[in-house]
Design a protein around this ligand. Structure first.
Ligand code: ARG
Length: 463
């Protein structure tokens, strides 16, 4: 007989219920209730399989099916009362099922354990998040492609060390992010393929003596196949770690563009104007328009990295198979997923709404002697100078321009010839920023024609 104070799921072995502190440290219902829909889907698949294999009667399976649907609607409508004493979502659902349908509820747990159940629920949950991340990233990529299309041939400074390096096109810069987020997309897609094996039916760790059909439950839950080793099936959290690491890299990409937006929207740069919809004002300085969304993305990213590290720390050194440590997997993943989806959506909104300021970009493109490399390349091509010597001559010309407080195209031919006598008038043809970018026709280069090819290729990929 189950004693009143002890647990209704395993009370038979216990004389006393848990201390309040034990209950507090043990319970996961505060957070794992987010997996209610997955838990019920898993139970429905399991019950249908138990009936099909003759382990359960059709009558019991039908009572379970209907009861589970009621539980689901109670949870969805918010009328369900979660109990900490019942520890987690699995036991909360089963206990409520028992209230609703009585004895058949107790037969649902035949041939399974909470170990394979939680692995299944969590995998289904993570899989949904992978799908959400994939569509969020696709939407963001579309926003970058649209920006690239608007300014495929607009010039801007390209930076290394945040110092003006060479002129590039706005379209090229936007398409760099398309490549980055394109890799994120493929990482999430890869992870999805690898993780899509069903733990259900691994039971506690060793499998079960009941004649279950794991192929059937796997198919019902959209898995490609059942996981091949029952020990691995209950001990594995790679799918969550792969989600977090793909999320971390994606988040790192988000933070880099967030940082660029913070810099670019400043009065000193004025490369972009962020929309009012994604900016905030200041309560004291009336002129202020702050890039808060970009700053928050930049900051929130840390939580995702933290979750990745935290789950690695939880899993590190755990002997096979399930250990209760693993209950600490969920909050990290939930928080990381929430923040990733929010950051993706906010970034998409900002990119969609932002206006690139063509004039500011172009004015900045020519500053900082950005066409010095074009000048050196001209010396190599026109005068057959070794590149190292051309670099040196150009360096002297830059120093001269700097001392005259002018840009390279403002030097006179005499100025140029005082440094190297063979320089001709032709050199001025390569000092303009538009010449500079359209000359960079190498594959993957910044020439508008190359950028437009990339835009077309991505439009096709996305359609
Ligand atoms: N709440 C647990 C978790 O999230 C479910 C699995 C419990 N299994 C066990 N053997 N105690 O990991």
């Amino acid at each position: 007989m189950t004693k009143d104070t002890s647990n209704q799921m395993w009370g038979g072995r216990f004389a006393a219920g848990p201390d309040a502190i034990m209950e507090a440290i043990n319970a996961s219902i505060g957070f794992d209730q987010r997996m209610a829909a997955q838990d019920i889907a898993g139970s429905r698949a399991h019950a249908a399989m138990l009936a099909k294999t003759g382990i359960l009667t059709d009558t019991d399976a039908e009572a379970i099916r209907e009861g589970l649907l009621t539980v689901l609607s109670e949870i969805e409508s918010g009328s369900f009362e979660f109990s900490t004493a019942l520890e987690d979502i699995h036991m909360n659902v089963e206990a409520r099922l028992k209230d609703l349908i009585g004895e058949p509820a107790g037969r649902l747990h035949t041939g399974r354990s909470r170990n394979d159940q939680v692995a299944t629920d969590f995998k289904l949950w993570v899989r949904d998040q992978i799908d959400a991340a994939i569509s969020g990233i696709e939407a963001l990529i579309r926003a970058f492609v649209a920006q690239a299309e608007v300014g495929a041939d607009w010039v801007m400074p390209g930076f290394t060390h945040l110092q003006t390096a060479q002129p590039v096109t706005w379209g090229h810069h936007m398409m760099a992010y398309v490549e980055m987020f394109g890799r994120d997309l493929s990482r999430f897609k890869d992870a999805r393929v690898r993780m899509n094996e069903s733990p259900l039916g691994a039971a506690a760790l060793a499998g079960t003596s009941f004649p279950i059909d794991r192929e059937m439950t796997a198919a019902a839950l959209g898995f490609d196949r059942p996981a091949a080793n029952s020990l691995d099936a209950v001990a594995d959290r790679d799918f969550a770690l792969e989600f977090l690491s793909a999320a971390s890299i994606c988040a790192m990409h988000l933070s880099r563009f967030a940082e660029e937006l913070v810099i670019w929207s400043s009065a000193q740069f004025r490369f972009v104007t962020l929309s009012d919809r994604f900016s905030t004002g200041s309560s004291i300085m009336p002129q202020k328009k702050n890039p808060d969304a970009a700053e928050l993305i930049r900051a929130k990213i840390g939580r995702i990295f933290g979750a990745n590290t935290a789950l690695l720390m939880v899993m590190k050194g755990l002997p096979l198979t399930y250990s209760k440590d693993m209950q600490e997997d969920k909050e990290q993943v939930f928080d990381a997923a929430d923040n990733l989806m929010l950051a993706l959506a906010a970034m998409e909104g900002m990119v969609k709404d932002m206006t690139a300021n063509r004039e500011s970009l172009e004015a900045a493109a020519g500053s900082g002697f950005s066409t010095a490399t074009d000048l050196a390349d001209w010396l190599v091509r026109a005068l057959n100078m070794p590149f190292r010597d051309a670099h040196h001559v150009t360096g002297s010309l830059v120093a001269m321009a700097e001392s005259k407080n002018c840009d390279l195209p403002d030097l006179t031919l005499e100025d140029m010839q005082s440094v190297h006598a063979e320089i001709t008038d032709d050199v001025f043809g390569v000092l303009g920023v538009h010449n500079s970018v359209s000359s960079r026709m190498s594959y993957g280069g910044t020439a508008p024609q190359r950028v437009r090819e990339q835009i077309t290729a991505w439009r096709e990929k996305l359609s």
